[in-house]
Design a protein around this ligand. Structure first.
Ligand SMILES: Nc1ncnc2c1ncn2[C@@H]1O[C@H](COP(=O)(O)OP(=O)(O)OP(=O)(O)O)[C@@H](O)[C@H]1O
Ligand SMILES: [Mg+2]
Length: 123
């Protein structure tokens, strides 16, 4: 976790923001497999990182993980109610991000996602 020392005070509904932040963080944890492997099959340390920094209008929270990623064609879809990126075995309903996005938008914020790739969708 990286956090700037002089963060501004921001007016938020703390319960709701906590719900959104912990939901996104728990996605990073649950979709990052316990044993991540390098391309040559050697074990790779799995990482989830959170960075909090000052932005023009408040604060930015950036979370990243080195799990499987999200296919490019699913990047917009995952913010819609009931949508999941791939039909995988990790438990979930595809509801979290739609709710987290609504909370962040209600605070005048923005949410976006980037991925280096992601697994091919199952047929
Ligand atoms: N960190 C991540 N790594 C890989 N895929 C992710 C990650 N975060 C989200 N996703 C993909 O986006 C989809 C939508 O996420 P969302 O949180 O809305 O649903 P969920 O976690 O499947 O279920 P729910 O949050 O409702 O229990 C996930 O099903 C998953 O396919
Ligand atoms: Mg979720």
């Amino acid at each position: 976790m990286n956090q700037e020392s002089d963060l501004p005070d921001v007016l938020i509904d703390s319960e709701r923001i906590q719900q959104a932040v912990s939901g996104i963080l728990s996605n990073a944890i649950k979709f990052t497999p316990k044993r991540v492997q390098n391309e040559d099959g050697s074990p790779k340390e799995n990482k989830v990182s959170v960075t909090v920094s000052k932005s023009r209008f408040g604060i930015d929270i950036m979370m990243s993980d080195n799990g499987p990623g999200i296919p490019k064609d699913a990047l917009n879809r995952i913010f819609k109610m009931g949508e999941r990126a791939i039909a995988d075995e990790v438990e979930g309903h595809g509801i979290g991000l739609a709710v987290h996005k609504a909370i962040i938008l209600a605070h005048g914020g923005k949410i976006s996602v980037e991925s280096r790739g992601g697994p091919a969708p199952h047929s």
